[in-house]
Design a protein around this ligand. Structure first.
Ligand SMILES: Nc1nc2c(ncn2[C@@H]2O[C@H](COP(=O)(O)OP(=O)(O)OP(=O)(O)O)[C@@H](O)[C@H]2O)c(=O)[nH]1
Length: 187
């Protein structure tokens, strides 16, 4: 059997300022920054052990999207799994989740993709606009995983990427390294 690490490409998508970069930075670099710098795009690599297997994860932190942004083909082709982020303090960002998920599955021409829906900034309890129950129900309706996180307080940050690997592995047959069933193929 090969000792090569299993490569998994994960795209982190969501509206502006919901905390995508903060989530990724907390996961990769273990720090949190209060100031806001809009992202263009950054890719990070980290090896993650999930269920005793080491995965070489490439995480793409993307620019904030709105409902009119076309999906960049780069975020659909060759991606194994998705992390879709809304802020629990923004109902508008939550309403983008279904739109974004539908854009991805439409682009890929599949009925579902491995995905974790993330309610970020869960430390902002006084500003909460999205009930946990609504997040959970949305995820269930789309057969996605769901979790609430705080990059600020380092709550559930690692769990997001474990859940993403879990969703990817659920849809990937053993020993398969290329995204197939759930991801786009260039014809
Ligand atoms: N209270 C709190 N603030 C957060 C959290 N995560 C991010 N923020 C703040 O929210 C703002 C936006 O965070 P970013 O991580 O830059 O958001 P983004 O989604 O990457 O933004 P774009 O690059 O525009 O897409 C920053 O001021 C962060 O400090 C969190 O868990 N709790």
């Amino acid at each position: 059997m090969s000792n090569a690490l299993k490569k998994r490409k994960i795209a982190v998508l969501g509206p502006r300022s919901v905390g995508k970069s903060s989530l990724v930075k907390q996961f990769i670099e273990n720090h949190f920054q209060e100031s806001y710098y809009p992202t263009i795009e950054s890719t990070f690599a980290k090896s993650v052990v999930y269920k005793g297997v080491e995965y070489d994860c490439h995480i793409i932190d993307t620019a904030g999207q709105d409902e009119y942004s076309p999906l960049n083909a780069q975020y659909a082709i060759g991606i194994h799994g998705y992390v879709l982020v809304y802020s629990i303090a923004s109902k508008n960002s939550f309403s983008m989740m279904q739109i974004l998920y539908d854009k991805i599955v439409d682009f890929c021409g599949v009925s579902k993709v491995p995905c974790v829906i993330v309610g970020s900034k869960c430390d902002l309890t006084m500003q909460r606009q999205v009930d946990s129950k609504d997040g959970e129900e949305l995820a269930k309706a789309n057969d996605c995983a769901w979790i609430e996180t705080s990059a600020k307080n380092n709550i559930n940050v690692g769990k997001v990427f474990e859940l993403c690997l879990q969703e990817i592995e659920k849809m990937t047959s053993p020993n398969q390294t290329e995204p197939t069933k759930s991801s786009c193929l260039v014809m």
